[in-house]
Design a protein around this ligand. Sequence first.
Ligand code: SDX
Length: 432
Amino acid sequence: MSKPAVLTLDDKEYVFPTIKGVENEKAVDFRTLRSATGYISYDEGYGNTGSCQSEITYIDGEVGILRYRGIPIEQLADKSSFLESSYMLLYGDLPTQFELDQFTTRVRKGAAVSPMMCDALKGFPRDAPPMGMLGSMLGAMSCYNASMATNDRAVDLEHFDEAAAAAIAQTATAAALGYRVTKGLEGNQPDPSLSFGDNFLHLMFSEEGRPYKAIPEVSRALDLMLLLHADHEQNCSTSTVRMVASGGANLFASVAAGCGALWGPAHGGANMAVIKMLEEIRATGDDGSKFIEEAKSGKSGKRLMGFGHRVYKNFDPRAKIIGKACEELLNKLGIDDPCLDIARHLEQAALADDYFISRNLYPNVDFYSGIVLRALGIPSDMFTVMFAIGRMPGWVANWREIAMNPKMKINRPRQIYQGPALRDYVAMEDRG
Ligand code: SDX
């Protein structure tokens, strides 16, 4: 037990317990602050606030460490698969072969979506944003899987294994279906003989009589991308899932909310923004040097997308892994993508520039992921959708951690009111 914290307020001393995590993270336990002192803590953006104690993922932003259930991301990237790491995120430990086979079968069996979802997708405009369609479909899954989405915690937990597999599998199926519907193409049926990533590529790109067959390097690169996105502690979208889950909402309603949070360019939308930035730089003939000056000036409102992070003040370990995989994949496929050269130049220039160094701005997971996804044939307006497919196991694991906690209270932050002081209603005829 670590030493208590002493806080002096209005000349009175208050003592609060402290909490120490497995990796020596420390927190002052302020759960009695308001009742004891009349004060609340204030931390806009929650950068200094712990919302929960979780056993799922650990990040050390200063050093650049990421571990799923204690295992370093570098080892998982090298030795594990997306589904094996997903199982571990959901249930706590690496699966036995039997457990992995069972889970894989559940995911493959749960991949088909209701034909009514296909009809619903046909109701969207052809130029509908894929993340808007995906978020709608995730919410709709609570309708198409109603027996697993009752908002009765005991019942929803009883169906968790099936619901988790459905959420992970059907996110990919719905994403591919949305892509094909907007292209005016018929949807493909999931192929249970294929791996998770190969099945997604089949759902996206197979045509009548011409099934899509991924080469091993493509399969490996996609599986790695999904694994690297699978969870990331209390990021914006995962915290949103926990916020919604804390009210007792079912798994699908909670991950649908997380999907909305991921959409923003400061979060999951950054991978699309990186490619847009690289293409803009390429179109001007600049090697990136001019853009960096603009991003530093802040005047243009431009930022070096794919750089910086709320937690990592060092290299995002995922960026290193993806950067290497990107080089290998493009070499293997014989793709000479000028955006990769520009990205490399931006990285080298920024890492030697005091503006970025002094602000601890390093490449994050999004910096190279768009180049990899483009090499895999994924359209750029689906890059954030790929992030959501990868992040689904993390969202589901966090939903389960809340649902399994009998002491979990509904999340309800406080505020400091800065609006008009007390005043009376003014009749219309007396208004200015
Ligand atoms: C993800 O939280 C997670 O875990 C997220 C994620 C996950 O896996 O879930 O890791 C995924 O969202 C990665 C981040 C993707 N976003 C981007 O790449 C967008 C570009 N980056 C940023 O906009 C920014 O870096 C944030 C939003 C990621 C972090 O912002 P912070 O930590 O709140 O930093 P800040 O906005 O307070 O900026 C601090 C300073 C400012 O300059 P000064 O006011 O000190 O002069 O750094 C500057 C900012 O202008 N700055 C940048 C910059 N990011 C911050 N300047 C240029 N380019 C950038 N990218």
